[in-house]
Design a protein around this ligand. Structure first.
Ligand code: SF4
Ligand code: SF4
Length: 429
């Protein structure tokens, strides 16, 4: 795939030397974005939604995260890390919440803030939005960038159902930038605000300014990338535990099930769904009006929500259990959200409606698309229908489509090739 053909950034890259062409990634991609050609995997950037399935499944570690370098910090006079809630579930239980947070300062940040600080505010904002938009129910959560892209790509009729307000890390970024400017007398470009994130989708969201995900941050570091360095600093900190504000109640944001429970109340019925296959099934049912009884659906592409992000290091079930323990045992710091409430009241967090990504269509011209559809069906009758992926396309239908689009040849079907060579041998014999 030629990079010039796409305008989409992605936080993944294929290490060709490691790729054996095994097609494991081809079979798990929810948008059929991967093909193996000449024994090497290629990702179509127009179709990829950064779900991370391919990263997790590749047995040869051939798909790697793209994350910014910590060297970026030296470009700014004042640097801030905004930490995703899932970060705190990544350590063994002898590492306290406070120590895990304090260790981030040692990476070079002047200030460390948490997504968890604004969870209570977000819950109230979501409830308020649902009550004001009953005609669009069910409202679909927009915090998971993979879900938003899936809707743009495969379920564009549901775009109006998305929660059209900024995500917590963007709200915090905007608020902090203005506050630091005023308090320290710094210019906007002297302040560097960075996210520490669990998945490819959030790195992409920082670099791909679009709709709900405005380009407010200066970079993003994956949890996996900084983990080793953080662990080194933790060893020293454990001997001198810091006194530092923490917000355990807000850690619920990492857990999709708990977030839905918090939004759910007397006049709001909420449902929680996680895992990209489940999300797609639920979106189909919303399209068919089978889930109109719900007011709000929390959708997360990863297992158990953000704790399942492909750039995390801990198993999502273990991370979830640790976070639940922190919520139960931790003491919540005070957060003054009056400024945020005021900004919300003024409509400052509203985002422009998102547009569809029509890359799944066969052709822009409807007549040509119909002709291509007929050609696909004709080719399909000659293919074995095994959906084995040995050709490098995910299914026989996808191979037929690739042939019609000039991206593959019928000879790529290994089963047909074998069948023909057996027939030739019989004729010769
Ligand atoms: S899973 Fe995909 S990227 Fe990994 S070795 Fe197999 S074909 Fe290559
Ligand atoms: S990240 Fe997800 S959507 Fe993108 S290529 Fe990998 S499996 Fe497909």
């Amino acid at each position: 795939m030629n990079a010039k053909e796409t305008k989409y950034f992605h936080a993944l890259q294929i290490l060709e030397d490691n790729c054996t062409g095994c097609t494991a990634c081809v079979r798990v991609c929810p948008t059929e974005a991967i093909r193996v050609r000449d024994r090497k995997a290629q990702i179509d950037p127009n179709r990829c939604v950064d779900c991370g399935n391919c990263v997790t499944v590749c047995p040869f570690h051939a798909i790697l995260p793209r994350s910014d370098s910590l060297d970026l910090l030296s470009n700014f006079k004042h640097t801030v890390a905004i930490v995703s809630t899932s970060y705190f579930g990544q350590f063994t239980e002898d590492v306290s919440y406070g120590v895990a947070k304090q260790a981030l300062f040692a990476l070079g940040f002047d200030e460390v803030q948490e997504e968890a600080m604004v969870t209570d505010f977000m819950i109230e904002m979501i409830r308020d939005y649902i009550r004001a938009n009953r005609d669009k129910r069910p409202i679909l959560s927009s915090n998971c960038p993979t879900v938003v892209r899936l809707i743009q790509l495969k379920f564009p009729s549901l775009l109006p159902n998305l929660f059209h307000q900024e995500a917590p890390m963007s709200i915090l970024t905007r608020y902090l930038r203005e506050k630091i400017q005023a308090e320290r007398g710094l210019a906007e470009d002297e302040i560097g605000i960075f996210l520490i994130v669990p998945c490819a989708a959030h790195v992409t969201a920082v670099h791909q300014p679009e709709g709900a995900y405005k380009h407010l941050q200066d970079g993003a570091f994956s949890i996996g990338m900084i983990y080793g360095k953080v662990r080194e600093h933790i060893k020293n900190l454990q001997n001198h535990p810091p006194t530092i504000d923490t917000y355990p109640r807000g850690l619920t944001w990492a857990l999709s099930g708990v977030q839905a429970e918090l939004v759910d109340c007397e006049d709001i019925r909420a449902l929680s769904v996680n895992g990209v296959e489940n999300v797609m099934e639920i979106l189909s049912r919303v399209e068919d009006h089978y889930l109109d009884q719900y007011d709000y659906i929390v959708l997360r592409s990863c297992t158990n929500g953000c704790v399942g992000g492909c750039f995390n290091v801990e198993n999502p079930f273990v991370a979830m259990s640790r976070i639940k323990k922190m919520i139960k045992e931790g003491e919540n710091g005070e957060v003054d959200v009056r400024d945020l409430e005021e900004l919300y009241g003024e409509g400052e967090f509203e985002v422009a409606p998102l547009t569809p990504r029509p890359v799944m269509e066969l052709d822009k011209d409807i007549k040509t698309a119909i002709v291509k559809m007929k050609q696909i069906n004709e080719i399909l009758t000659t293919l074995p229908g095994l959906n084995c992926s040995a050709c490098g396309s995910p299914t026989c239908y996808a191979l037929a489509e690739d042939i019609v689009q000039g991206k593959a040849a019928i000879e790529d079907c290994v089963v047909l090739l074998q069948r023909h060579s057996r027939e030739d041998e019989t004729v010769e014999g």
